[in-house]
Design a protein around this ligand. Structure first.
Ligand code: SF4
Length: 351
């Protein structure tokens, strides 16, 4: 029963957030750095030279003053470029009753260092950690989209090493993250087969799917040419859905996420009302707070609020954003940073 307590508390909060307004968000989407060694065609983050990102002391203060988080969703840039990444996780794990830790990697950091940092994170006692290894194509396609020769081989090798850790660390799940864009449209099967050729144990359900979207505050892109064509996306997502196997609740949620993506592609709007500012917020590496990762509408900065998020959520800017969400005037997106919070409360209707 003791081991089930974090899961029950997490599930209760996630369901409650779909029925009534929470007093504070339970998920923090946190871009810990904008530094990145990739050169992705779908994103401009790598072109930035970030200065003045939150220090570990500031992050510790923030974590200690905002203890409601049950899900820490770290993103970047490349999170492992922060030498203090384990300290960041520790700060939130010690301050909040975290149930879930999620983070991506582009596989370009030294794999020995990444694995030792990951082990340290796993030993923090967060019940569920999901790491996503980015893969956007077969070898040549992946290296072209990501702009780094040799990246595909590194991704395959790192995935395999992390996959082997799952025997020892039962709180670890490793998936591939595939971002569907104009550059790889119609080529998921080719990617899947190429990965399977290297790692025969991989199934379609080991892929987390995203579609490339524009975001001024996150990807720093306004790159209309990245969007996958609607008909190609519909066909590909339908194929992926037919190939997936549900091995449990996590796969069921992931399947519902892809179904939601198909709806989004077909209708130009998400299937469920966004839970931003209630269930989740997005904070960039400078402490700027936004409703969501894809909505370029800053509502405050934690440095100006003495590292308390509460007052920012009570600001006029936040009220305005909440009203836009309520009236359906928020920008339409369907991303893993925001969709899962809405999905968890509506899972039965989406399966
Ligand atoms: S998509 Fe991710 S890995 Fe690629 S440049 Fe942007 S932050 Fe880096």
């Amino acid at each position: 029963m003791e081991r089930l307590r974090p899961l029950l508390s997490f599930s209760y909060t996630a369901l409650k957030s779909n029925l009534s307004e929470l007093s504070s968000p339970y998920k923090l989407n946190f871009a810990v750095t904008l530094k990145c060694q990739s050169r992705c065609l779908t994103c401009n983050i790598w072109q930035l030279k970030p200065k003045g990102e939150l220090s570990i002391e500031e992050i510790r203060e923030l974590a200690s003053k905002n203890r409601s988080f049950k899900w820490l969703a770290i993103t970047g840039g490349e999170p492992f470029l922060r030498s203090d990444i384990t300290e960041i996780v520790r700060a939130f794990a010690e301050a909040s009753n975290l149930y879930m830790l999620t983070l991506p990697t582009n596989s370009l950091c030294n794999s020995g260092i990444v694995l030792s940092k990951l082990k340290e994170m796993l030993e923090r006692g967060v019940p569920h950690t999901v790491i996503t290894v980015s893969i956007d194509g077969s070898e040549e396609m992946h290296d072209t989209i990501r702009g780094i020769k040799g990246n595909y081989r590194k991704a395959i090798s790192l995935f395999d090493l992390m996959h082997n850790m799952q025997d020892e660390y039962k709180n670890l799940s490793v998936v591939f993250g595939y971002t569907m864009s104009r550059f790889n449209q119609g080529r998921f099967m080719e990617t899947f087969e190429s990965v399977k050729n290297e790692l025969p144990y991989v199934t379609c359900s080991d892929f987390h799917i995203n579609i490339a979207q524009n975001s001024g505050n996150y990807y720093r892109n306004a790159l209309e040419h990245i969007a996958v064509e609607r008909s190609a996306a519909e066909l590909e997502l339908s194929n992926i859905l037919s190939m997936r196997r549900n091995r449990g609740i996590t796969d069921a949620i992931e399947g519902a996420f892809i179904k939601g993506m198909l709806y989004f592609v077909r209708n130009g709007r998400p299937p469920l009302r966004c839970r931003s500012l209630d269930a989740s917020i997005f904070m960039d590496s400078f402490g700027d707070i936004y409703p969501s990762i894809m909505w370029d509408m800053k509502i405050g900065n934690v440095r100006e609020a003495d590292y308390h998020i509460g007052p920012i959520l009570l600001s006029e800017a936040a009220a305005h954003a909440k009203e836009m969400i309520r009236s359906g005037k928020d920008p339409s997106h369907w991303t893993s940073c925001e969709a899962y919070q809405a999905l968890i409360g509506h899972l039965p209707s989406l399966l």
